[in-house]
Design a binder for this molecule. Structure first.
Ligand SMILES: NC(=O)c1ccc[n+]([C@@H]2O[C@H](COP(=O)([O-])OP(=O)(O)OC[C@H]3O[C@@H](n4cnc5c(N)ncnc54)[C@H](OP(=O)(O)O)[C@@H]3O)[C@@H](O)[C@H]2O)c1
Length: 186
């Protein structure tokens, strides 16, 4: 993972990808780097062998403090932001339906799948608005519209909220030059 690409469709664009060390996030990071973007990614754990100079910040984005620290690092290290891809998300809830989901489980689902994006957008959008350009991508899930009840009821509800928030944000900031889109894998 290097940040030294000079050519490509996204040459010079500064990108943040949350949850970029595995799965979909790692693929998004590789794609952006291949197009010449300068990429910063984040996760709770630094992958083994990742060099210190790589564009990586350790942060738990399921917390307000983690989001603040990450947004500060983005602005300090990149000097602004052109692309945010909110990939982070998931569920660790137990199977068993509604009765197994206590308040803490619902809160965890919201913190990771909704508030991480809300908090990071709130911190980083002013920089995009100032430059009158930028792209924000929210990765939701097919469960946004086709929820499964056994272990992912709270996750599905949080993804639905993320999709709804994404649309509302798009209506607010697209006239100001910022494109906001949601993608629903599944
Ligand atoms: N995979 C699917 O089939 C599928 C289907 C529909 C939607 N999606 C959505 O697509 C996105 C990516 O899914 P995936 O399966 O590719 O993910 P994944 O393989 O589970 O990877 C999750 C990434 O997020 C990081 N992460 C997890 N919790 C974090 C936290 N609290 N703070 C910071 N980083 C955190 C992980 O690193 P650490 O563990 O080191 O923090 C890792 O880099 C998610 O939003 C998911 O809901 C996936």
């Amino acid at each position: 993972m290097t940040n030294h690409q000079a050519s490509g469709e996204l040459a010079g664009k500064r990108a943040l990808v949350t949850g970029g060390t595995k799965g979909i996030g790692a693929a998004v990071v590789a794609c952006l780097l291949a197009q010449g973007a300068v990429v910063l990614t984040t996760a709770r754990n630094r992958p083994a062998g990742m060099p210190d100079h790589a564009g990586f910040v350790v942060a738990d984005v399921a917390t307000a403090d983690g989001c603040t620290a990450l947004a500060d690092a983005v602005l300090k290290r990149l000097g602004g932001i052109d692309i945010i891809v909110h990939v982070v998300g998931g569920s660790s809830a137990s199977a068993g339906g509604f009765a197994k989901l206590d308040d803490a489980a619902w809160q965890r689902a919201m913190d990771l799948n909704l508030y991480a994006a809300v908090r990071l957008d709130r911190a980083l959008l002013p920089s995009m608005l100032e430059q009158k350009s930028g792209v924000i991508i929210h990765v939701t899930s097919i469960q946004r519209v086709l929820p499964l009840h056994d272990a992912t009821m709270a996750y599905a509800a949080a993804k639905a909220a993320l999709g709804n928030y994404s649309k509302a944000l798009s209506k607010e900031v697209s006239p100001k030059g910022i494109r906001v889109v949601r993608v629903s894998p599944g």
